[in-house]
Write a protein that binds this ligand. Structure first.
Ligand SMILES: Nc1ncnc2c1ncn2[C@@H]1O[C@H](COP(=O)(O)OP(=O)(O)OP(=O)(O)O)[C@@H](O)[C@H]1O
Length: 313
């Protein structure tokens, strides 16, 4: 079996009385994209900082590429990690090209190669036209694109992206996800933290849901749906009341939504077979719970976000 690229084992981080992250165990494999979701203050950035090695765990341990990321020995692994912080900021007086060339040099690129690599990345994120302008003239979206280009320097093996699509227009968002898919296909692993859930699910392999520092759920969307036991919505057309007259099928109807059957996942196939055998059926829409509904489900079962500042006894 392959060694995971990132491993957290009962990892926790406390700031005085506050447990920002509580005993989290997770493994990220090579070529895997993990979505990290949670409310403000849930502990997402804390987890990313532990993985980056800029803070050390208060409990448990963290391994990246087999090493403790906060150790001296891990210095050469750091050049294989790309990070986009939540609020990206740069040297305002430098041009986009100068900023990126500088970061490429910091990551070990030789002088001539650094600028070439920087130019290729600027083209990839679509800001070549502005590369000779000082960053202070960039719009929010252009800064975010520059931030992404900075995170992509050196084709990192591990990418940590905090709110990568904030400020991006729909085309840039699409391009961004295309880059993530491309990096994944070359074996890079990604941890992607976002408050914008629609559009994310087809690009992640697994999701982690955090609340008040605690890991509430982790798995593929199918696994999370199963754990959450959220019903599938089935909407048949053309049946003219034969569902409500059927003693078995009618149990899945609700007064609020009389055209839709809310069916537990394990009953889905049986119900579909029954519906398909009914005369007059002209169409069927089947909707499984999306990432947003799954996320809401797990959060609603947990204590409110406001309790994050609760003190230890
Ligand atoms: N250096 C610090 N000192 C004290 N408390 C901290 C520190 N860093 C983070 N915290 C606290 O830890 C908790 C988790 O913060 P974190 O930044 O990880 O949340 P987050 O999930 O990234 O939130 P957001 O979505 O708002 O960015 C918060 O209550 C925060 O105030």
């Amino acid at each position: 079996m392959n060694t995971p690229l990132v491993s957290l084992t009962n990892a926790g981080k406390s700031y005085q009385q506050l447990d920002a992250l509580k005993s989290v165990t997770m493994h990220l494999n090579q070529g895997e994209v993990m979505g990290l979701f949670g409310h403000n203050g849930a502990g997402k950035t804390t987890m990313m900082k532990l993985i980056l090695g800029v803070i050390s765990p208060s409990q448990g341990n963290v391994k990246v590429m087999g090493m403790a990321p906060d150790s001296k020995e891990a210095w050469h692994c750091r050049s294989k990690v790309g990070y986009l912080p939540e609020n990206v900021s740069f040297y305002e007086q430098l041009t986009g090209l100068e900023v990126l060339t500088y970061f490429a040099k910091l990551k070990g690129f030789a002088k001539g190669h650094a600028q070439k690599h920087a130019m290729a990345l600027l083209e990839q994120v679509g800001i070549t036209h502005a590369m000779k302008r000082p960053v202070k003239t960039y719009s929010k979206g252009m800064r975010q694109r520059l931030g992404l280009a900075q995170a992509f320097i050196g084709e990192p093996k591990l990418l940590l992206l905090d709110e990568p699509t904030v400020g991006l227009d729909p085309i840039a968002t699409g391009d961004f996800y295309q880059t993530v898919d491309q990096l994944k296909s070359t074996g890079s692993s990604v941890i992607l933290c976002s408050h914008v859930l629609p559009g994310v699910e087809q690009h992640i392999d697994r999701a982690m849901i955090l609340s008040t520092g605690q890991l509430l759920a982790m798995g593929t969307l199918a696994e999370l749906r199963q754990q959450a036991a959220l019903p599938v919505a089935i909407k048949p057309s053309g049946l003219n009341g034969s569902v409500s007259n059927d003693s078995q099928l009618s149990q899945f109807l609700t007064a609020k939504c009389p055209d839709t059957l809310w069916v537990p996942e394990q009953e889905k196939l049986n119900v579909l077979k029954q519906l398909l055998s009914l005369e007059g059926l002209s169409d069927l829409q089947v909707e499984t719970a999306n990432l947003e509904q799954v996320y809401q489900h797990f959060l609603s079962k947990h204590e409110p976000a406001g309790s994050v500042t609760k003190e230890k006894k």
